[in-house]
Structures are given as structure tokens and as C-alpha cells.
Design a protein around this ligand. Structure first.
Ligand SMILES: NC(=O)c1ccc[n+]([C@@H]2O[C@H](COP(=O)([O-])OP(=O)(O)OC[C@H]3O[C@@H](n4cnc5c(N)ncnc54)[C@H](OP(=O)(O)O)[C@@H]3O)[C@@H](O)[C@H]2O)c1
Length: 313
């Protein structure tokens, strides 16, 4: 049996529920929680080997939570998309928590399917069979129907045209978060300098009423969105990322899929998965399968580029 681990979960939503369920089936893991907002201290300062923070997407909202868990001597895995490469958002905070983790001998990792796998770890793995990388194209169509209401509204579903536009201006509608982070993880590992990351985000309106598991969208409201991120290096698009998220992809003639294309002067590769990776079960598995690789990692704030693959042990 592997070394017994205690893993605590902060957040009682989908990811925490699903990932803790996976770990409960492992004999060598004791699961604590999932804990809600009123049990913050117990979740973060309970002395677990690993604290999983699965609450929000944003570094600013979880920085204090990471701090408290790390200060208490726990490794941290968080699903906050911005944590996949926190230097893209707030380098001073990232450096401060990185230094604290080093001083406590523990590791922080932003983990999940996207970011954390589809647009970064898997891309880097695929680069292994290409002699030289010229450019990258990653496309993903995701069925959003299993997401919770809070996440759906924040990423841009169930809005009128006006509230979508206003939400983007105000920052309350974000689209899917994490593409610049994935791009910087890949760029860092390949030694590429990114000059800037451009974003396009456009709504997709429902033509008829459509139901997701957590809400219903009326005709004329947003049922999804198209997103493109382009990382510019050397004055050209080096990494192109396309994402369509929709609560009923078939209604717009799409089906969930993942595709990674790597182009190079000496040949490239295309990896395609149809149907694409499931956002709920995939993210939960990656989180659960990251527990041991985080415990075994060098101290500090790490990224998936510096870790071995996540595997179910
Ligand atoms: N990297 C990835 O691939 C990946 C994958 C999956 C999810 N995520 C992200 O991870 C986060 C959690 O996902 P989910 O699907 O589990 O969401 P969810 O079902 O909405 O659950 C979120 C949980 O966190 C709690 N929470 C929200 N904000 C909080 C805060 N500021 N402080 C303390 N607790 C807070 C919620 O409590 P209440 O119910 O009281 O609000 C709820 O228990 C989301 O931001 C999502 O975008 C990332």
C-alpha cells in the first residue's frame, strides 16, 4: 500500500463532490470534507497532506485560502483556472505564495482538465513526437449542460444579448477562464516568449428553449459562446485556441470533441478525441490523480509542465 494520505476539500460543489468520491474509493486515502464556507478553518487548517480548494476561478478570491493551507503545512491543489499559471494574473501574489510554499516545504498546483490537461499537459506530451514546433492549434467543443448554475452564468450562459455584453464589460461574464495560463505553461516549457494573448468572445443564442441540468435557457438567451485565444510570438500567431461551449452542442450542429494540431517544419501531428473529454468526470479525475504527484513534487508553486502525468494511484 502507498503512504496513507489525508486529503481535505474546501468547496462543496461538483468538482469537490466528484473528486472526493474518487479518492474515497482508494484505501490509502482519508478524505476530509468536502467543507463549505462555514467550515473554512477545518478545511484549510486541519493539517491534511493535501488541501483541495475547489471554489472559484480567480486567484484574488483564493489567495488567502492558499496562504492559510500552506502556512498550516499542507500541499494545495486548486481548480481555480488562474492558478494554473498565476504569474499571468498577479506575479507579486504568485511569488509571495511560491516563497511561502518553499519555506514550508509544500507544493501548490492549479489542476483540472482545462486548464491543466487539454490545452497544456496533453499538448506538451504530444510535442514529444515532433522534432520542432512551428505553431499549435487546439480546438475543443464542450457540452456545458452538466455545469452548475453559478459557473454557467459566469462563463456566459442564460444571458440576454444586453446582459452578456454588459457582463463582459463589467467582468461578471468571463467566458471560459484559463487559456492564457495554459498557453504560458506550454510556452515556458518550450522556451517560447509570448508577446501578448488576444481574445475574441461571442455569444451563441438559443433558437428554442434548451435545458441544462441546473437551469433553462429561453429562446433568444445565450446557450453558449465561441471563444478564441491567440498567443502571439515573433509577430505571428504561435498558439491558437478555439473553444465552443454550449448546453446543447447538437442544436448548433456540433458534438463534443478535442483536437490538437502541432505543426512543424519536419512534420507535425494531429490528435483528435470524439467525443471529447468530459468536463465533469475529467476534471474530477485529474484532481484526484494529482494528489500523489503534488505530495512528491518539489516545494513551491508548480505547474503541470513540471510534473509527471496524473495517473490514478
Ligand atoms: N481547471 C479546470 O479544468 C476546472 C475544472 C472544473 C472546475 N473548475 C473551476 O473550479 C471552480 C469550482 O467548480 P465547481 O464546478 O465545483 O463549482 P460549483 O459546483 O459552483 O461549486 C463551487 C463551490 O465553491 C463554493 N464557493 C464559491 N465561491 C466561494 C468562495 N469565494 N469562498 C468559499 N467557497 C466558495 C460554493 O459555495 P456556495 O454554494 O455556498 O456558493 C460551492 O460549494 C469553478 O470556478 C470552476 O470554474 C476548473
Amino acid at each position: 500500500m502507498a503512504r496513507p494520505l489525508r486529503v481535505s476539500f474546501y468547496g462543496t460543489g461538483q468538482v469537490a463532490t466528484n473528486a472526493s468520491g474518487i479518492l474515497r474509493r482508494r484505501e490509502d486515502v482519508t478524505v476530509l470534507g468536502p467543507f463549505g464556507r462555514t467550515q473554512r478553518e477545518e478545511a484549510l487548517r486541519g493539517g491534511a497532506d493535501v488541501v483541495v480548494i475547489a471554489t472559484t476561478s480567480f486567484l484574488a478570491a483564493i489567495a488567502d485560502d492558499i496562504h492559510d493551507a500552506v502556512e498550516s503545512g499542507s500541499n494545495v491543489i486548486t481548480t481555480a483556472e488562474e492558478a494554473a499559471f498565476p504569474w499571468a494574473n498577479d506575479a507579486p501574489t504568485a511569488d509571495r505564495l511560491d516563497a511561502l510554499a518553499r519555506s514550508r516545504g509544500v507544493t501548490i498546483l492549479g489542476a483540472g482538465l482545462n486548464p491543466g490537461f487539454a490545452f497544456d499537459a496533453l499538448v506538451l506530451t504530444a510535442c514529444g513526437v515532433v522534432a520542432e514546433v512551428e505553431s499549435l492549434l487546439v480546438e475543443r467543443v464542450v457540452d456545458l449542460s452538466g455545469f452548475g448554475e453559478t459557473v454557467l452564468r459566469r462563463i456566459g450562459v442564460a444571458h440576454s444579448a444586453d446582459s452578456f455584453e454588459e457582463g463582459i464589460r463589467a467582468g461578471s461574464v468571463t467566458g471560459h477562464v484559463g487559456f492564457p495560463q495554459s498557453m504560458r505553461v506550454v510556452a515556458g516549457r518550450l522556451g517560447v516568449e509570448i508577446e501578448r494573448v488576444d481574445r475574441e468572445l461571442e455569444p451563441i443564442f438559443a433558437e428554442a428553449e434548451l435545458a441544462a441540468s441546473s437551469l433553462t435557457v429561453r429562446a433568444g438567451e445565450t446557450a453558449g459562446f465561441r471563444q478564441r485565444y491567440a498567443a502571439i510570438s515573433g509577430g505571428r500567431t504561435w498558439f491558437d485556441a478555439f473553444f465552443i461551449g454550449h448546453i446543447a452542442p447538437a442544436a448548433i450542429g456540433q458534438q463534443p470533441r478535442d483536437s490538437i494540431t502541432i505543426r512543424g517544419p519536419y512534420g507535425g501531428i494531429n490528435l483528435a478525441a470524439t467525443p471529447g473529454m468530459n468536463p465533469q468526470s475529467g476534471s474530477a479525475a485529474i484532481v484526484a490523480n494529482s494528489v500523489r504527484r503534488v505530495v512528491g513534487a518539489a516545494p513551491g508553486w508548480t505547474t503541470v509542465a513540471d510534473l509527471p502525468p496524473a495517473v490514478p494511484v
